[in-house]
Design a protein around this ligand. Structure first.
Ligand code: IPE
Ligand code: IPE
Ligand code: MG
Length: 225
């Protein structure tokens, strides 16, 4: 069974660079290539939803240099991928509090969402300045402002950034860390978890296929038998 929605915590760029005695940012640049390979592999397999954790609400704790590099890399990545997205029917999406990101990047994100909005191949969602707790608090604020009544579960889920997205079937984390680090905590209620020691810049088709194979062999019970 091919999972409908794969979500990935892309981790290990810094360690990859360190192993090679390179600056951390080189790890991020190599990580962008791994994103390309992963999107391509998922598309080939017929995965409909791919969500990638690119910058967490906690990643602001890093140096200004690293943060600026990440945003600049992201801008270049999006500009460079536009053609490929249109050619391959990839619909672009973003979750997280985009209001804190550089204006030029937000503009690029908004434009790309619009240009690819009607495509019906894979939906590629980047989690940017995303934190599950922040998402939940923002949702609660929206509901309080709207004086919510009626179907609370539906209203709550619609107030989350992931409105309209299916929950992830599998969450993959690279680099050997075994935690969720504030990623999709509500949505992960019944996700299968897959951890691999491979560092993110070494990620590609083989790794994705291994994860999907592991997923296929699992028995999802959702609290039943
Ligand atoms: C993941 O790699 C990328 C981001 C969190 C932006 P890291 O930068 O966390 O790499 P490690 O964990 O230090 O190796
Ligand atoms: C999680 O990785 C965030 C992203 C992959 C964007 P981190 O490297 O920031 O997570 P921790 O600090 O090891 O939990
Ligand atoms: Mg890390």
């Amino acid at each position: 069974m091919i999972p409908r929605h794969i979500a990935i915590i892309m981790d290990g760029n810094g360690r990859w660079a360190k192993e090679k005695k390179l600056p951390r940012v080189k790890g991020h640049a190599a990580g962008a290539e791994a994103v390309r390979r992963t999107v391509e592999a998922c598309r080939e397999m017929g995965v409909k939803w791919l969500t990638l954790y690119a910058f967490s609400t906690e990643n602001w704790k890093r140096s200004k240099t690293e943060i600026n590099f990440l945003f600049s890399l992201l801008g270049k990545f999006l500009a460079g991928e536009e053609k490929n997205m249109l050619k391959n029917g990839i619909r672009f999406n973003a979750i997280g509090d985009l209001s804190a990101l550089p204006e030029a990047l937000v503009k690029k994100i908004t434009a790309l969402k619009k240009i690819t909005g009607e495509l019906d191949g894979l939906t590629l969602t980047l989690a940017l300045n995303y934190g599950s707790r922040d998402e939940i608090i923002r949702a609660v604020k929206k509901l309080l402002a709207a004086r919510l009544s009626g179907d609370v579960e539906k209203a709550f889920e619609d107030a989350l950034d992931t409105k309209g997205m299916p929950d992830p079937d599998i969450i993959i984390r690279s680099s050997g860390e075994m935690r969720l680090s504030n990623f999709l905590l509500y949505q992960a209620a019944y996700s299968e978890l897959y951890f691999t020691g491979t560092l993110w810049p070494d990620f590609g088709k083989d790794e994705i296929q291994k994860a999907v194979k592991s997923y296929s062999a699992r028995n999802r019970r959702f609290g039943g038998y």
